[in-house]
Design a protein around this ligand. Structure first.
Ligand code: SIN
Ligand code: FE2
Length: 213
């Protein structure tokens, strides 16, 4: 009932609980380990203040999202420390995009967010650094359960909170593509996929406008 009311309010928003079962979660975690060999986690910092974020990040895909004190929020084709191209987006995630994204061009970026401690969180924000606003944002949760908050197009709009468990998929499509969202906390001892309280979030986005000829 809660879910029905969230999707009624939040047009274009989808929560698909348990989309990936345990065996697929383990296989996705192995995909993440493979990504990390080519592209280790880096420490993102806030534009201007240089304040470190409480999550670490890396990417797969032609473009990766990053932020640091000097350059601010942006996409770039190379790892900020290794200066090598990001590894490819895993096939399982490309198949997920095709299944739930409803978009006729592939994602270009897969951001890997690592919530590594009990203090890891993600402040309320909108995903606004992409040039393809008609494409959805598709994300997968792995590991510890998170408290996710979804608002509206304005920072002060009313928000709803709900838990995301390992294997859940979220789609921010339609109007909800521009809605504020964030992660208030992760809950320890809620998953055996990784040592508690770790959580991995994989977020796919289309960054450039597809050339539809
Ligand atoms: C994000 O919005 O970048 C992260 C969402 C999540 O961790 O579930
Ligand atoms: Fe986001």
């Amino acid at each position: 009932m809660i879910l029905r009311s969230i999707s009624a309010m939040k047009e274009g928003f989808k929560l698909l609980p348990g989309y990936f079962g345990r065996a697929q979660q383990e296989s996705l975690l192995q995909d993440v380990r493979d990504i990390l060999r080519a592209a280790p986690f880096y420490q993102p910092t806030m534009p201007k203040s240089g304040q470190p974020m409480s999550v670490k990040m890396t990417n797969a895909g032609a473009l990766g999202w990053m932020t640091d004190k000097q350059g601010g929020y942006r996409y770039q084709a190379r790892h900020p420390v290794k200066n090598t191209p990001w590894p490819p987006i895993p096939d399982t995630l490309l198949a997920l995009w095709d299944d739930v994204g409803g978009y006729d061009a592939p994602p270009e970026a897969c951001l890997v967010n690592w919530y590594h401690g009990e203090k890891s969180r993600m402040g309320l924000h909108r995903d606004q650094d992409e040039d393809a606003p008609d494409a959805p944002v598709v994300s997968v949760s792995l590991g510890a359960t998170a408290l996710f908050r979804l608002g509206g197009p304005n920072r002060r709009d009313k928000t709803s909170s709900f838990r995301l468990s390992s294997g859940d998929v979220v789609v921010l499509g339609g109007k909800s593509r521009d809605f504020f969202h964030g992660v208030d906390r992760v809950y320890p001892e809620t998953s055996t996929l990784m040592p508690s309280p770790q959580r991995i979030n994989l977020t796919m986005r289309r960054v450039t406008r597809p050339d539809r000829g």
